[in-house]
Design a protein. Structure first.
Length: 237
């Protein structure tokens, strides 16, 4: 059973037996949890968007888009790529896409663990302890930045939607965007969202789009001006 601090990965291979073997190699590795599997690049894209894995074990030759095409798209996603393939000749191409390692099938457990250790060494080790202080007539409250899904302009204030509910803040959207550029991204003149909580972009009606956020029922509107930036953030296209 993985613990709460486990790193998370997905396995992508068009051969079920190959996926099963990798899963077995990971079965007693408590530091890592396999949170999903895919047999093609398209399914893998959706898993990366929805699950935000720390790493992906990625085959190269698959029906549809190859693993190399997918790796190129995921370079800015924050997901580390470990190729698992029977073909040695793609190694140079693979490392052009910032792959952490390149494992030849049949994958040996010792090599897999070595590759995963490389990924673990690259992951941030510090907890984000930043917070925002909000005031109302009854109390002063500290809200951890990591719990905030989005910030929405509301009259003269900004409403912070967070894991514990919502709160009004006298911080401006411009100030929040300037102070925390690594955490928030602008999607509308009236809205910021947490980068790491973006799950998908949803067409609402006509050319109107909204963003779906992890742990948040609100789906803030995306302006046409910011839509392309969000697409690039998700797909690096």
């Amino acid at each position: 059973m993985p613990d709460a601090d486990s790193l998370r990965l997905i396995i992508v291979d068009d051969e079920p037996l190959a996926r099963q073997r990798l899963q077995q190699l990971l079965s007693d590795v408590s530091e890592w949890e396999c949170i999903g599997q895919a047999g093609n690049a398209e399914t893998a894209r959706q898993l990366v968007i929805s699950l935000r894995p720390d790493a992906i074990l990625l085959d190269i030759n698959m029906p549809g888009d190859s693993g190399l095409i997918l790796a190129q798209e995921l370079q800015e996603s924050g997901t580390s790529i470990i190729f698992t393939t029977a073909h040695q000749e793609y190694a140079l191409d693979a490392f052009e896409f910032q792959a952490v390692d390149y494992l030849l099938k049949p994958v040996r457990r010792s090599r897999l663990l070595r590759a995963l250790n490389k990924v673990a060494a690259l992951r941030p080790q510090l907890t984000d302890n930043r917070h925002l202080t909000v005031r109302n007539s009854q109390q002063i409250e500290k809200i951890a930045l990591s719990t905030i899904s989005c910030c929405l302009a509301e009259d003269k204030y900004v409403r912070l939607i967070h894991d514990g509910g919502s709160a009004l803040s006298d911080h401006s959207l411009a100030q929040l965007e300037q102070d925390f550029p690594d955490y928030f991204i602008r999607i509308h003149r009236n809205a910021l969202v947490a980068r790491e909580r973006i799950l998908s972009l949803v067409r609402h009606s006509g050319n109107q789009w909204q963003v779906r956020l992890n742990g948040c029922q609100a789906q803030p509107e995306i302006s046409r001006r910011h839509l392309e930036n969000l697409r690039k953030l998700l797909f690096n296209k």
